[in-house]
Design a protein around this ligand. Sequence first.
Ligand SMILES: Cc1ncc(COP(=O)(O)O)c(C=O)c1O
Length: 292
Amino acid sequence: MLYPTPLEKLSSPVFDKKGLEIWVKRDDLCHPEVSGNKFRKLKFNLLKAKELKKETLISFGGAYSNHIYALAAAAQLFDFKSEAIIRGQELNENSSPTLTFASQKGMKMHFVTRSDYRDKAALSSNFSDESKFFIPEGGSNQYALPGCAEIIDEVLTEITPTHFCLAAGTGGTAAGVLSNKNFKGEVYGFPALKNGGFLINEIQGLLQEPTDRLSFFEEYHFGGYAKYNDTLLKFIKDFESEFDILLEHIYTAKLFFGVFDLIEKGQFPTGSKIVIYHSGGLQGRLPILSEN
Ligand SMILES: Cc1ncc(COP(=O)(O)O)c(C=O)c1O
């Protein structure tokens, strides 16, 4: 594990001309298998599970879930067994690279129908016993918050940002960042899914208080969760060759695209110090992005 992760400044005449400092918090570099916001969200869950002397970590997810991937790897690293309730009765351990990886890490999987999957409370009670520690879908619960708050602590040892920009899926990372009261700047969220505005309520629920420091920019979903088009693919290729930082199409490319678009539109006042959070997920990077 690499902590603190690097905070890198991006250089470009475009940013200089606008009087902006752009920094990237490189959580993609923290670990090859438990990277990005995943370990941030899991850390205090794992500590709680150890404290409660639980043997097995169990969670929910889809066939391409970054959370399931990271959970399987983290469980093995920290001597837990792992289980997952997977959406899709028709699937098996080899239905996606994520599931294959997780099963190689020793994760036991329960495949359930899409309609059964919706009733998490019923599933939790069906699959629960004394030895298991349940972690919600995406890893976003109260224990995710202090881990994500540590991202801000690390940043504040180096710079004081005016804006912290992140991708949002369940909102747990945003809630954790906002829970750190040492950070007084704005948090800009970029939902990876269509109509992601509902996440504001989820985030306030996790925070257990309203916040006026969070703004959501909902127009960068590119058609919905995991959807992409040629514009996004071209952006990824151009970005990677200019800055030598890899992106994936589900979360981080949409985030960086959105921030760069807002920069162009003059959203950030001159003098802003903007941190863009690289939340990892690179195991889901499209193979076509590696072709020339
Ligand atoms: C790579 C990556 N970035 C960002 C997110 C979004 O984080 P959150 O669900 O905490 O909003 C996820 C999913 O959880 C993810 O896998």
